[in-house]
Design a protein around this ligand. Structure first.
Ligand SMILES: C[S@@+](CC[C@H](N)C(=O)[O-])C[C@H]1O[C@@H](n2cnc3c(N)ncnc32)[C@H](O)[C@@H]1O
Length: 195
């Protein structure tokens, strides 16, 4: 095998590990560290088939996990609200999960109506930088003061979101969230809304 072939093969293996296991393990850890009481209202932007939404719902026995998405089949295969709800039912959390078809740049929710907002590898799918910043502004708008924002995205994007809102900490999430290599690594922006 050539060196290029070996790099390609390794990259494919890392990609598969990230999508099948790595990102889930990392979100389990991050949601545990968010120290949820269990009765919060959590919003997941670009929930797709529900990887993060359902993991969050497991930690919210008396709360609510709400997902919004436009269900792009290009961004995630088999992307449909019915698939997300079926996954929630299979995980035994359907009673506390809701999904809405909504654009995260114009959320249909009141100011301060969520305790936690999460988003996993979704905001970068919005084509224009202005619209990506609008999504981040919307996330902050619907968060209550003291609420937590947890956004995982490719590091150049996450860095820009942090600069845009002027608060929060950035942390690389490591090899478990590499999409083929460190050049496509994921960074977590964690912010607590101050006002
Ligand atoms: C790469 S998938 C990630 C899905 C899920 N968060 C995960 O980690 O498995 C990106 C998701 O963002 C959604 N999306 C893209 N632009 C959106 C927008 N403007 N509003 C809502 N969802 C959007 C796509 O439909 C897709 O489900």
């Amino acid at each position: 095998m050539t060196a290029a072939g070996a790099v390609l093969l390794a990259g494919t293996g890392i990609y598969l590990h990230t999508t099948l296991r790595g990102k889930l393990r990392i979100w389990e850890r991050e949601l545990d560290q968010a120290d949820l009481r269990g009765d919060e209202r959590l919003l997941d932007l670009g929930c797709g088939r529900g990887a993060v939404l359902i993991e969050a719902a497991r930690r919210l026995p008396a709360g609510r996990a709400v997902g919004v998405d436009l269900w792009s089949g290009e961004d995630q295969s088999g992307n449909r609200p019915q698939a997300t709800l079926a996954n929630a039912a299979a995980a035994g959390v359907a009673d506390r999960v809701a999904v809405h078809t909504a654009d995260m740049t114009a959320l249909p929710f009141a100011d301060g109506s969520f305790d936690v907002v999460t988003s996993a590898l979704a905001i970068h799918n919005i084509p224009s930088p202005q619209a990506r910043y609008r999504a981040v502004d919307e996330a902050m708008r619907v968060l209550r003061p003291g609420g937590q924002l947890l956004v995982a995205d490719f590091w150049p994007m996450a860095r820009k979101y942090a600069a845009h809102i002027g608060q929060g900490t950035l942390r690389t999430l490591g090899p478990g969230y590499w999409y083929s290599g460190p050049w496509l690594g994921v960074t977590l922006l964690h912010a607590v809304k101050t006002t």
